[in-house]
Design a protein around this ligand. Sequence first.
Ligand code: SAM
Ligand code: SF4
Length: 339
Amino acid sequence: MTDLAPLQDSFGRRISYLRLSVTDRCDLRCQYCMAEKMQFLPKAEVLSYEEMQFLCEAFMRRGVSKIRISGGEPLVRKDIMKLMQGLGQHIGSGGFEELTLTSNATQMPTHAAALADCGVKRVNISLDTLNRDAFLRLTRRDALHQTLAGIDAAQAAGLQVKINTVALKNYNEAEIPTLIDWAHRRGMDISIIETMPMGFIDEDRFDQYVPLLPLREKLIERFSLTASSHRTAGPATYFDRPASQHNDAGRRVGFITPLTHNFCANCNRVRVTCTGEIYTCLGQDGKMDLRAAIKSFDETLLQQQLDAALIAKPKGHDFDISETQQNPATARHMSVTGG
Ligand code: SAM
Ligand code: SF4
């Protein structure tokens, strides 16, 4: 198939970024992401790597230049490097530029070198605290040492690491300046994320929610941050921190603020779940099931369905967290679409 038009939605937004969740399973149980007891999908419902490869190649032919592999925890899926290798071979051809991964890094010591061999240059690693007890409380697993070893391994393999930290009242709000300093000293950028009301969890989200704009003002003052011209395909707004004694290179802090500042106007992405459902908006329930087209390797049907899904892509999300609004904006957890 040649000469397919680039993917575009009905608001004229070009879609150049695909997030693919390769599994809904995870070895952690972060409080804001999952309940302790989760009902995971039967493995038979999850797309094979061959099917995921076919799907990704169909997106590449429509102008998608960046694919982020996520989950659940992508590195807990068996033989994940088969998919990474298959996708990595396309980097630099036909407009496909970047293959990346979001991970909690617990399995990174086993996989970091192989990821680099597949052409992955940058990874996002989620870390919300450097305190072992807080990590255990937050993720319900005593695995801080594994995540830290994973970050070491990623850096040793030459991967550029960006840390993602969800700001949570009563968990890590006070620790955020320490995390920023720690990341910068290790040569890593860091993004601070507002918790989003997705899926039912065991706690009340209002009790966890930290509005990021006031926190951002404090951090701007504390670290002499200035607005950055740095842009990525993601939704973060970046600030530069000047170089100093503790931070030779000067590094960046990003803020992802879906609740206090809606970022939908520039949305360039879609998400596909590990069962082959496309969600065109993180904060809405609208989806289309691509599974039949994927499983029959019918690219004509798949491309038609992608166009139809994009026509239905909403203008923006309806996230709200307040004392009166206790229900999640969507019943699905973040782990279904991978962030
Ligand atoms: N397991 C991997 C990880 O933790 O990086 C990848 C999947 S995880 C769902 C992707 C990102 O979503 C992580 O950075 C996580 O912190 C974030 N996340 C999960 N639930 C969230 C929520 N309700 N609000 C904001 N961010 C959330
Ligand atoms: Fe697992 Fe990532 Fe969700 Fe934490 S945020 S439970 S590591 S999928």
